[in-house]
Write a new protein. Structure first.
Length: 202
């Protein structure tokens, strides 16, 4: 959750402000490595959600030396209604998040991208632009994200993937229009210099 705009917008939909603790350290969660999808894969909609969302993120993949190998696009699919029921308990997200994450279409080394990683980021649903944002402007830097993820653990391992968090206005929740994803929808996330990550909801 490195983008303040996303956190501010998402919390505003529930009448909340950004908590002061958010500014202290990067907030993140561990997702399900058994539910990773590629570009072109069909992504099943959980049968118990009526609020399926996309989340447009930049992702860093860790290489053999424990350092960033490159960057790709991440769609951190979310079931907003399930998430809303879980989070007030004080743990989670769990079933609101662990059913699907897609990555792709390619891995691009950092030296092939601008040093500031400020890239145009677009989300389309059935060809309609729903998000037009940028991957720059993160409140926390990539070194800070990597340090936070590795703290109090044996460290980052080759193949680990860290998402940036959702870019500003990079999900349906932030728009507040309730136009949730439905079976048959084609979701495309595009990041400048990387390409397009596409998945169909089934």
């Amino acid at each position: 959750m490195a983008f303040e705009e996303h956190v501010r917008n998402a919390r505003a939909t529930r009448g909340r402000e950004v908590p002061e603790a958010w500014y202290d350290a990067p907030a993140f969660y561990f997702s399900n490595p058994g539910a990773v999808y590629r570009h072109g894969d069909d992504v099943p909609k959980p049968p118990d959600t009526a609020a399926l969302d996309y989340e447009l993120e930049l992702a860093c993949v860790i290489g053999a030396d424990g350092r960033p190998e490159g960057f790709t696009i991440m769609n951190d699919f979310s079931a907003r209604d399930l998430q809303a029921r879980e989070m007030p308990v004080g743990l989670g997200p769990a079933k609101g998040k662990d059913f699907a994450t897609s990555l792709g279409p390619v891995l691009v080394s950092a030296d092939e991208l601008p040093a500031d990683l400020d890239l145009r980021a677009i989300a389309r649903v059935n060809g309609e632009v729903r998000t037009d944002s940028r991957t720059g402007g993160m409140h926390f830097s990539w070194p800070q994200l990597l340090e936070a993820a590795a703290r109090n653990t044996p460290g980052l391992l080759p193949g680990d993937v860290l998402g940036s968090g959702t870019v500003g206005l990079g999900c349906i929740l932030e728009h507040g229009d309730g136009r949730w994803l439905q079976p048959g929808d084609e979701v495309e996330l595009e990041v400048e210099g990387i390409g397009i990550l596409g998945n169909r909801i089934v």
